[in-house]
Design a protein around this ligand. Structure first.
Ligand code: ZN
Length: 79
């Protein structure tokens, strides 16, 4: 009897577990990407990934630095 698709996936997962390469997968087999944390600019409401502070700084620089320093754009990321 041929193994079912479910068994095959289960075997592949066990193999990946043993190799330490297992990544979360959706039911259709696509890898699940963890959502990146984002912050929303207090000035223009633009949403930017906040794991890269340089990106936040670069964005803050597009506003008037005197009126909107990066601490005001991203109060949660620059204190
Ligand atoms: Zn902004």
């Amino acid at each position: 009897m041929p193994i079912s698709k479910k068994d095959r996936i289960h075997r592949e997962q066990k193999k990946a577990d043993a190799a330490g390469t297992r990544t979360p997968k959706k039911a259709n087999g696509n890898p699940v990407k963890p959502p990146k944390p984002t912050s929303i600019c207090a000035n223009c409401r633009k949403e930017i990934v906040n794991t890269n502070l340089t990106q936040l700084e670069v964005h803050a620089a597009t506003h008037d630095a005197k009126l909107w320093p990066k601490e005001k754009c991203w109060p949660n990321d620059f204190k």
